[in-house]
Design a binder for this molecule. Structure first.
Ligand code: DGL
Length: 271
């Protein structure tokens, strides 16, 4: 069992920002990455649609023999992780959620901006987390839906003027309202971090902390696999990938964002 792969999926290429940390923390582990780019973005989809996609992808990855599953997508975690755990009660499942807790520990102004999809911010899971942490810390969280931003990343527009404009439009009101910490609540957003930093530098002379949970997710996965005796003793762990979108887009994303060239296969719908 310990030689089996770990499945990692996202609506598209955003989850590569999490895969990068998983590969760095667990170099012996074979990793299967599933990009649901044919159905991206998830941000504006209903919980029912996202749950159906999540269960279909999980079923596909289980058929490949995955020993653990990482939902490298905040939107899918918020919508579907409960259904996923109910379907596979014995499978180690790790989700991703906006890092409100670390942000609350970092802020000095007491105001934190949360950049995420509409789906994540509208979810019960997010509201519960926000209310819990606000109540215990007195920190105010400003939700900022970033419509279109994950699309720009999917298109590979990590530096374009359009993406820069969009980033600025989303970051500006948060800074104006006194946020000194920003949470990247979508796994696509670490790929536009340079644009976020550029926008911040134009808007304020004060330092603004940026919270990304990719590394914490990888560490959590290491703990889970260790506890269950599922760590693979010897490497190297290879990466293989699947997409419901374009193979060449995913290949380019791997090369550009992770500097690796795993085999990529196109799959119809996985469901
Ligand atoms: N990467 C995803 C997230 O972490 C979702 C982006 C999208 O498909 O809208 O929320």
């Amino acid at each position: 069992m310990s030689d089996q792969p770990i499945g990692v999926f996202d609506s598209g290429i955003g989850g590569l920002s999490v895969l990068k940390h998983i590969h760095a923390c667990l170099p012996n582990e074979p990793l299967l990455y599933f990009a649901d780019s044919g159905y991206a973005p998830y941000g504006g989809r209903t919980e029912e649609e996202i749950t159906a996609r999540t269960l279909a992808i999980a079923g596909f990855l289980m058929q490949q023999g995955t020993k653990a599953l990482v939902v490298a997508c905040n939107t899918a975690t918020a919508a579907a992780i409960r259904a996923l755990r109910a379907q596979y009660p014995d499978l180690p499942v790790v989700g991703v959620e906006p890092g409100l807790k670390p942000a609350a520990a970092l802020t000095r102004s007491g105001t934190v901006g949360v950049l995420a999809t509409q789906g994540t911010l509208a979810s019960e899971k997010f509201k519960l987390l926000r209310d819990q942490i606000s109540a215990s810390t007195n920190v105010e969280f400003l939700p900022q839906p970033c419509i279109g931003l994950a699309d720009q990343v999917e298109k590979g527009e990590l530096q374009s003027a359009d993406t820069a404009l969009l980033v600025r439009r989303y970051v500006e009101p948060l800074v104006e309202r006194g946020a000194d910490t920003l949470v990247l609540g979508c796994t696509h957003y670490p790929f536009v971090l340079p644009l976020i930093e550029e926008a911040l530098a134009r808007l304020t002379a004060q330092p603004v902390a940026i919270v990304d949970t990719g590394e914490a997710v990888a560490r959590h996965l290491v703990r889970l696999l260790t506890e269950r005796g599922l760590l693979r003793a010897q490497g190297p762990g290879k990466i293989a990938a699947f997409t419901t979108g374009s193979e060449s887009v995913l290949k380019t994303a791997f090369a550009r964002l992770l500097g690796v060239a795993p085999p990529v296969a196109a799959v119809a719908a996985a469901g």
